[in-house]
Design a protein around this ligand. Sequence first.
Ligand code: A2P
Length: 283
Amino acid sequence: MNKLTDTFKLNNGIDIPCIGYGTFQTPDGKSVEDGVKEALKIGYRHIDTAYFYQNEKGVGKAIRESGIKREDIFVTSKLWNSDRGYESAKAAFEKTMDNLGLEYLDLFLIHWPAIKKQFDNAEEINAETWKAFEEIYETGRVKAIGLSNFLPHHIDELMKTAKIKPMVNQIEFHPGFAQIETAKYCLENDIVVEAWSPLGRKEVLENETLVELAKKYNKSTAQICIRWVLQHDILPLPKSVTPSRILENSQVFDFEISEDDMKTIDNIPCCGGQCANPDDVNF
Ligand code: A2P
């Protein structure tokens, strides 16, 4: 990857720009609109939102007003947990499309798997949700479908009834929480991995090992995190509402982290982010 618009290829042939602009926790209205517009101005062509973020309206508005052709921007949204199931997932997709005000979506993800801790029939719920996703995909209104926060066993279970293989799995992935096993499983199965919270929600940025490496490479710790994700063949989704940081997070193509330093970062003990175990969440 050499620039923001370089792409990973999904298993259905669709290209996805190699860094996405994240919008979790960015309020709807001016905040998210300004952020998305700034990101697009800098050259990001991939925007990640979700129904749960409650900012799809602002994201859609910024995209529509950007003056950039719709087909040149890759837009992702996600189905929230209360909308799982066949009928509800289909209805939720319509809500998302209404919010965004776009003709089509590039990628629609199941935000979190239904889990056994909460549902006796978790497998069935995920299968029904996926069936709705497949049917929406077949209409052409979404160019790709995928998962988020699915562990390998959730994917194996889904594949028992799936007709279409997921194209993406978006997981928490940052120094201090490198879910290497899940990532490896996805990459081996031709599922593109996306990293949410690649900066580990800021705390990671003060980690001493990263601070040292940042000095060595003459980069910021945020840039080290993002570059490390990319060198794992994973697609980072850094999020910032600060123009200088939106720019900084895109300037990661003029250096390379050595193999030894990659291993050092892989082994940073658990820190930052949410460190969420998808089998043990209570939402
Ligand atoms: P802000 O939006 O105020 O710029 P993550 O993507 O891992 O969840 O982290 C997001 C957090 O990291 C936000 O609080 C964001 O702050 C902050 N952040 C994003 N980019 C940078 C950066 N380059 N340097 C420092 N903090 C950053």
